[in-house]
Design a protein. Structure first.
Length: 462
């Protein structure tokens, strides 16, 4: 996008939460004359339509830009002092009264700067400061003193009225304004525009806007679609060819390696999106610090796009590997469901770590202990029979163990050594319900932890 478009987006972010006061320090800096005029016109529209007080610091504007302001304040430096306060239309006449005639074909704003900048050949800053103290300052001081003597609104009351005026201005633009005006809905007692909510739109509206943006950004980046879909397919082809025909082996022990590799690849699939989650989190924290939307809406929008892509890729990988293995398709529903459940747990784990860690390196450091322990205590590498007694509790919290055990127990009756291997490795078919409950609950807790980490950690210091 162009610099002017980017600047207008920045201005829109500044008023998205219905601010009553907006400070703009050189909003036209680096813009072309045309974009600068469009930028100031956008500010004027914000001020008029939404009842926002806008204070702008600007250097060398065009006449068309300067004439857009309701009030013009001319300042000089060393030290900073006022030389004029009033409308732009009266500024030329005021300088003429002070003895400075603006030539007909000269930009008045350039003329102002030439005579207000100390040290320039045309420097008249001292004379203009003195003229301001004689001609304008007494009236301004009198007006301020009069306002101070009159009881006015408190800060909270000013914010309430400002928000109310902004809402009325927005409602006047609504196509159903006439119908709403004829059938107004009374506001609940004690609820004000200021205290009702932090965000200017509902949670559903936040999610809808963020979801549209997430989908658009994802579709614009071919690699964002190709990686989660193509990489698992390639892995499925390569690894599946390595275990081609393994299902024809009559021994169950020969299937252990295939099931272990399949579950391990699925568990590690979510690790590749951690850098992307951390990068998106940085942008999200800047935007949530301005109350544009909530962390929960951002997490939900990301979940609705990233997880379906990852699941599609994982489904493709499972299907390819299973097809190459030659196992009976009667095992596929059990293997497929437990594999996806395991993917859900690890995807939630990596999302939580990405929200908690400061950098990608930290996320990797946090992930290694969990991944290593869960993969080792899966019932195959380390079984319940061979594990030390004081470490056997880990099997109760290892999602890899529950998935591996359920799949092997399902396959056991179809192989010659099935029951022998089940007894030797200490597997049981009575723990499937416990495993499902634990893995679903563990994934839910991790997702809640992700929201808490996004809310409390890595906040922007202003």
């Amino acid at each position: 996008i162009s610099g002017g478009q980017r600047r207008r987006v920045t201005l829109a972010r500044g008023v998205a939460n219905q601010a009553s006061l907006l400070f703009c320090d050189e909003p036209t800096s680096g813009l072309s004359a045309t974009d600068a005029e469009l930028c100031i016109k956008a500010l004027r529209l914000i001020a008029k339509k939404l009842n926002v007080l806008v204070l702008v610091v600007i250097h060398q504007p065009r006449v068309e830009v300067a004439s857009l302001f309701d009030k013009l304040v001319l300042l000089t430096s060393n030290p900073g002092r006022m030389t004029y306060f009033g409308s732009f239309d009266q500024a030329v006449h005021y300088l003429k009264v002070c003895g400075l005639n603006v030539p007909r074909h000269v930009n008045p704003t350039d003329f102002f700067l030439d005579h207000l900048t100390p040290g320039t050949p045309a420097d008249a800053s001292r004379a203009l400061v003195d003229a301001f103290y004689r001609r304008q300052r007494p009236a301004i001081v009198q007006e301020v003193e009069q306002a101070c003597r009159e009881p006015g609104e408190k800060i909270e009351e000013m914010l309430r009225s400002g928000h109310a005026n902004a809402l009325r201005a927005q409602m006047s633009l609504h196509p159903l304004h006439q119908v709403i005006s004829e059938n107004p809905k009374p506001a609940p007692s004690g609820v004000t525009a200021v205290s009702a909510r932090r965000y200017s739109v509902s949670f559903a509206a936040q999610c809808a806007a963020l979801l549209r943006r997430k989908v658009t950004i994802t579709l614009r980046n071919p690699m964002a679609v190709a990686l989660p879909l193509g990489l698992p397919a390639i892995q499925g082809l390569v690894v599946g060819s390595m275990f081609q025909g393994i299902g024809q082996d009559p021994l169950l022990l020969s299937q252990f390696g295939f099931v272990f590799i399949l579950l391990t690849l699925l568990a590690l699939a979510g690790l590749q999106v951690v850098p992307i989650l951390i990068e998106e989190r940085i942008v999200m924290k800047y935007e949530t610090s301005e109350a544009l939307y909530s962390e929960g809406a951002a997490a939900l929008a990301s979940f609705c796009v990233d997880v379906p892509l990852a699941i599609l890729g994982s489904m493709t990988q499972i299907l390819l590997m299973f097809t190459f293995s030659g196992l009976s398709w009667s095992f596929f529903p059990t293997l497929f469901s437990w594999a996806l459940l395991l993917f859900f747990v690890f995807d939630s784990l990596f999302a939580f770590i990405a929200a908690l860690a400061g950098t990608t390196q930290e996320a990797q450091a946090y992930s290694v202990p969990f991944v290593s322990i869960f993969m080792l205590f899966n019932g195959f590498v380390i079984s319940r029979v061979t594990a030390p007694w004081f470490l056997r509790w880990i099997f109760w919290v290892s999602p890899n163990f529950y998935a591996f055990q359920a799949i092997i127990v399902k396959m056991a009756p179809s192989f010659l050594d099935g029951q022998v291997q089940v007894q030797e490795y200490g597997f049981s078919g009575d723990e499937n319900v416990v495993g499902i409950a634990f893995m679903v609950g563990f994934g839910f807790v991790l997702r809640c932890g992700q929201l808490v980490a996004l809310k409390l950690c890595h906040n922007i210091q202003k």
